[in-house]
Ligand binder design. Structure first.
Ligand SMILES: [Zn+2]
Length: 367
């Protein structure tokens, strides 16, 4: 890597296309601090990793450059970052040899004054953005001789203990374990993203039962905790409502989703549109039942011959969330993907040259 006055000269970093958008110094220098890093050789000693915390679809790496330039022009606040990484590219916004304000530990804190700051965007294909960030981190570790224990999350430096990067750290109770897993991914050249190694993902049903048992709090607390743990709040809440509603005394004893799904598998509800009509007429939500049927069929290995999917197959995604619980954008669903790996009840699609994301086997069909 060639770096001149803190600005990377290459067309890419670690294979990720680089766009150089250095913020122009203006006003009180609250983005462009113009202060050299306080390390003995002037080079970054730490790599500090963040999530942008902005899931708006337009909030990509270039948008964050424009935001930073606006902050600099208008003297809004002291905030700055060296690099933003999204699913497509990495954008440099400040020279790496200059102090940036991102870790919340002041102008002399180790994170700000000795760190190279990287923000991972979360506006679109987050798994891909995270993969790209790993390539960029590796490239800087190589270039500056930074060991893995000096690659740390914002949380490590922040006096206010901000849970950042929240999509990697996931929860207050498990952030250190989850960070260790991320460090392993950085180190393992061929390790594919796999959330299972860090926090065993529970099924929507399991989490919904925990919510009902009071383990996830109420209201906005529940929403925040579920989201931080990587679950899709609305999916879980919908299941909770369903279970709670199902338990209420009603004239016709309503069966659980599982019971009806088993009946469907046993052939009691017919096929195709007949099945849909009959289930709907009986008061069941067809798509919920059918999703559970697919889940049960996919779960039993070798159970159904037509639905079994193998590595190398081209598939289409029918579910709404990745195995990580993050929602799948419509453009990903509109494309076909190649199965790169199958593990347990999930498949890794498009790795390494695709979306590189784990998707439940029950949520894909052969294209
Ligand atoms: Zn942060």
């Amino acid at each position: 890597m060639e770096i001149v006055n803190g600005i990377v000269q290459d067309a890419s970093i670690g294979g990720i296309p680089l766009v150089s958008k250095i913020v122009s110094p203006k006003g009180t220098h609250n983005v462009r601090t113009l202060k050299p890093l306080s390390t003995s050789n002037g080079n970054p000693y730490y790599i500090v990793v963040h999530n942008t915390g902005n899931s708006a679809s337009s909030a990509d790496a270039r948008a964050h450059y424009s935001w930073l330039q606006g902050v600099e022009n208008n003297d809004f606040s002291y905030v700055s970052v060296h690099f933003f990484v999204d699913e497509d590219e990495v954008v440099q916004t400040c020279p790496v040899t200059e102090i940036t304000y991102h870790a919340g530990d002041g102008s002399t804190g180790k994170g700000n004054s000795q760190g190279l700051s990287i923000e991972i965007c979360e506006n679109h294909n987050y798994p891909q953005a995270e993969e790209n960030a790993i390539q960029v981190i590796r490239a800087f570790m190589d270039h500056y001789g930074i060991p893995i224990d000096r690659v740390q999350p914002h949380r490590y430096f922040a006096p206010n203990k901000k849970l950042c990067p929240h999509l990697i750290l996931k929860s207050e109770s498990a952030w250190q374990t989850n960070w260790a897993s991320f460090q392993q991914r950085i180190q393992g050249a061929d390790v594919a993203p796999d959330d299972d190694t860090q926090s065993p993902a529970k099924s929507v049903d399991e989490i919904a039962q925990e919510v009902i048992a009071g383990k996830w709090g109420n209201g906005s607390e529940r929403r925040e905790r579920l989201t931080a743990a990587g679950y899709d709040y609305s999916t879980v809440q919908a299941r909770v409502n369903e279970i709670m509603g199902g338990g209420s005394a009603s004239a016709t004893p309503s069966k659980t989703v599982d019971e009806v799904a088993q009946e469907v598998i046993a052939g009691k509800w017919g096929n195709g549109s007949e099945r849909k009509d009959r289930l709907t007429a009986a008061g069941y939500d067809y798509s919920t039942i059918q999703a559970r049927v697919n889940e049960l069929m996919g779960g039993s290995s070798g159970g159904s011959s037509s639905n079994s999917i193998a590595v190398g197959d081209t598939v289409r995604i029918t579910c709404n969330t990745y195995s990580t619980g993050q929602s799948i954008p419509s453009w990903v669903k509109s494309q076909t993907h190649k199965v790169s790996q199958i593990k347990g009840d999930k498949a890794l699609l498009g790795y390494p040259d695709g979306i590189a994301s784990w998707v439940p086997l029950s949520g894909i069909v052969r294209a």
